[in-house]
Design a protein around this ligand. Structure first.
Ligand code: GTP
Length: 337
C-alpha cells in the first residue's frame, strides 16, 4: 500500500505559487499542498497575476498550469519567470492535462523542472514537493558555501600581503601598491612621496636586549607608523627586517617634510628607549624621502633608488633625521651655480 501523503519534516518555511485557472481544482491542490508541508500557498488564476506574485513574493516552488485564460500560456509564464530571476533558479513544475512527449519536452524547454499530468495524485504531489524542497535547501547551502569561500579567499589574499609580526603591509603588498600609486599619480598629475625609514643602531638593540625584545620594538614602531598614516591611501609597509616604507599619495615635498616631522614627534612621544644607542637612550629613526609627479620614466625601482640614497645620506650624517633626495639635489645644484 502506498504511504499516506504526510507533511514534510522540514522546519524552514516553504512557499508555493499555485497557478491554476479552475477555482475548484485550485482549492483542492491548495489543501493538498498544505497537507504536504507547504507553509504558504500563493494562488494565481492567470498569467499576469502569476508573474506579479512571482516577482513580489519570490516563492520556493511554482506549480504552473499550462492552459491559462487569455493569450499567454504557462510556457510563456515560465520563460518570463526565468528572465525575472537572473542568477537564481526557482523550481517550476508544470501541471497539465496534456500528456504527450512533445508537451513534456516543451515544458522543460520553457524552463520547467518537472511535469505533472492532471489529475495529480496527492502522494505524487507530496513526493515532488519534498524533492523540490530538498533541492531548494541544497541550493541555499551551495550559495552560502560559495559566499563563505569568497570571504575566505578575500581574507587569504589580504593575509598574503601582510607581515605577520607587525601587521603592516609586507614587501609583496608594498610592491603592488607602489606600482599602482605611481600609475595613479601619473594619470592624475599629482605628487607621490616614498619614504624609507630605518631604525638607528638596531643591531645594538638586539645585541643588548635580545631578538624577542627587538621584535616587540619593531611592533611598537609599526604602531607609530600606522598611526601617522592618517589619510586613507597612505600606506605603511615593512620593507625588510628593520626597514619600513611609507607610500604617501598626493604629498608634495613640503608635505613630506611636514609628515616626517610629525612622525619624529610621534615616535618621540612614545619614549621608546634604546639601551645602547651612541647618541642617547632613545630609539630613533632615519629616513630617506623622494617625491615626484611620476612621468613615463618613473618606476618603483627608480623611486626606491632615490629614497635609499637619501636614507644613506641621513645615516651618514648622524642618523635621527630625514633627507629628501630632491632637496639634496637642489642644494647641490645651487652650490654649482
Ligand atoms: N628582532 C628583530 N631584529 C631584526 C629583524 N629583522 C632584522 N633585524 C635586525 O636588525 C639589525 C639591523 O642591523 P644593521 O643593518 O647593522 O643596522 P643598524 O644596527 O640598525 O644600524 P644603522 O641602520 O646603521 O643605524 C640586525 O641586527 C638584524 O638582525 C626582526 O624581524 N626582528
Amino acid at each position: 500500500m502506498a504511504p499516506a501523503a504526510s507533511a514534510a519534516p522540514e522546519h524552514e518555511p516553504f512557499c508555493v505559487l499555485l497557478v491554476e485557472d479552475q477555482a475548484s481544482l485550485r482549492a483542492q491542490l491548495c489543501s493538498e499542498l498544505q497537507r504536504a508541508g507547504a507553509t504558504e500557498v500563493l494562488q494565481a488564476a492567470d498569467a499576469d497575476a502569476a508573474l506579479q506574485l512571482f516577482k513580489l513574493r519570490r516563492p520556493d516552488l511554482v506549480l504552473l498550469d499550462i492552459r491559462l485564460p487569455g493569450s499567454e500560456d504557462g510556457y510563456w509564464v515560465a520563460q518570463r519567470m526565468r528572465e525575472a530571476e537572473p542568477g537564481g533558479w526557482t523550481p517550476i513544475i508544470f501541471l497539465s492535462g496534456l500528456d504527450g512527449d512533445g508537451d513534456l519536452w516543451r515544458g522543460i524547454e520553457a524552463g520547467g523542472d518537472d511535469y505533472l499530468v492532471k489529475p495529480v495524485r496527492p502522494i505524487v504531489l507530496a513526493a515532488k514537493l519534498r524533492a523540490m524542497r530538498r533541492l531548494r535547501d541544497m541550493r541555499r547551502r551551495l550559495v552560502q558555501l560559495t559566499e563563505e569561500l569568497h570571504l575566505a579567499n578575500q581574507r587569504l589574499n589580504e593575509m598574503v600581503e601582510l607581515d605577520p609580526l607587525t601587521g603592516l603591509v609586507n614587501r609583496r603588498g608594498f610592491d603592488r601598491i607602489l606600482h599602482s600609486e605611481i600609475l595613479a599619480a601619473r594619470r592624475d598629475g599629482t605628487p607621490l612621496t616614498l619614504m624609507l625609514c630605518d631604525l638607528d643602531h638596531f643591531k645594538r638593540y638586539n645585541d643588548t636586549l635580545g631578538h624577542v625584545q627587538g621584535d616587540e620594538c619593531l611592533k611598537a614602531v609599526s604602531r607609530v607608523l600606522r598611526e601617522v598614516c592618517m589619510r586613507p591611501r597612505d600606506t605603511a609597509a615593512r620593507y625588510g627586517g628593520e626597514e619600513f616604507a611609507l607610500i604617501l599619495p598626493g604629498t608634495p615635498r613640503s608635505g613630506a617634510m611636514t609628515f616626517a616631522r610629525a612622525l619624529g614627534k610621534l615616535l618621540a612621544s612614545r619614549a621608546l628607549t634604546h639601551p645602547d644607542s651612541p647618541g642617547g637612550h632613545m630609539l630613533t629613526l632615519s629616513g630617506g624621502i623622494t617625491t615626484c609627479v611620476p612621468d613615463a620614466t618613473t618606476s618603483a625601482e627608480s623611486m626606491l633608488i632615490r629614497a635609499d640614497e637619501a636614507l644613506y645620506a641621513a645615516k651618514a650624517q648622524g642618523r635621527n633625521r630625514f633627507f629628501s633626495f630632491e632637496m639634496q639635489m637642489d642644494t647641490i645644484e645651487q652650490r654649482h651655480l
